[in-house]
Write a protein that binds this ligand. Sequence first.
Ligand code: SIN
Length: 411
Amino acid sequence: MPVDLSTTICGQTLTTCVYNASGPRTGSSDALSKVASSRSGAVLAKSATVEEQTGNPLPRTFQADGKGSLNSEGLPNKGIDYYISQNTIEESMGESGKPYFVSISGHNLADNLDMLKKIDKVSGISGVELNLACPNVIGHPIIAYDFEQMDSVLSAVAKLKLKKPLGVKMPPYFDGPHFEQAAKVLNKYKSSISYAASINTVGNALVIDTVAEMPAINPKGGFGGLSGPAVKYTALANVKKMRDLLDESIDVVGVGGVETGEDVFQFLLCGAQAVQVGTKHWIEGASCFDRIVGELEVLMEEKGYKSVEEFRGKLKPWSKAGASKSRAAKKKAGAGRSRADQAKIPVGKGGILPTMIVSFLLGLLLATAAFSALGGEVSMGGFVPFGSLLKIHDELEGARMGPRKKKVKEL
Ligand code: SIN
């Protein structure tokens, strides 16, 4: 039986619990339609401002080593009217029947309130994500790092009594009291907030170009939001903390460094209701949703889970029994890998034959040494010299180990 990957967000069913983050490849109906056609469970548009804007000066993004990416885009977007027009919604969503969400990140509170009022009147939009966490707007600190400001923004939003569900995009927190203060503010407005998405990029990171001795990107002196695998552990911690601290009526959506089905599984274990993918979508394109969802299915089947409900939020406490189960699984997987390596080595270049020859020659060497120690004499004509023996051993062992040594170097 196929596993059930569905979830609900904002009262809407998502056929899979994985969808795109607001960010790269979400600025146009063309890009959004690719997400809608994939196995993404929903579609979320780019953070909009009241008017169309081009964002920060180029170059403003950096993709490096597969560990982390940096951006300081400054919210380039086509303006809210574009993302809420029926034309855009139809072009983006086609016949997919999936939920369509918009995101807003106004220059100020008045902008956000105006956009929310507009969005609330439009059909075909399942919810709105209010970005409280963009680190890249020049002269504007991150709203959700200033708890008083966050409170007054959410208070004004709550007074609108929106019909559409509201999500909030949160920045990463790193310290216990900050998690608590943020959750306290969100809980105060629990009747207005459907979900909290944790985390936006880790703000104000800096990548240096060693050759040019300058920052890798142009805006804000090179400072930008860090994303990708480098932030996954911070994101997991934020999801776990938020799930523990938020009222249960507020869902937590996980986002940050998600690249694989296993990553999604980990976020779900920490209590995420759904998981968004940003940087990997940017790098790999919308096909990443098919791959990630497929990987999650396989992992769930292997573990015997039939639905995400069965393990969501069920992260177990650390235990000796768990650690030894994990060690045993790694050992088994390791043994499997070395068998596979050996199978790849052709007979004559490595594998069992050289090992037998080496063993025979070493045995001969030991017998010779023992014979000499007992006072016997060995005729060089009848035996392979010791140095040659070692050389043969090294060569054969080198041939046997060659592919594995290379692999280690590549890693
Ligand atoms: C940007 O446009 O600078 C990124 C958006 C964000 O981090 O919220």
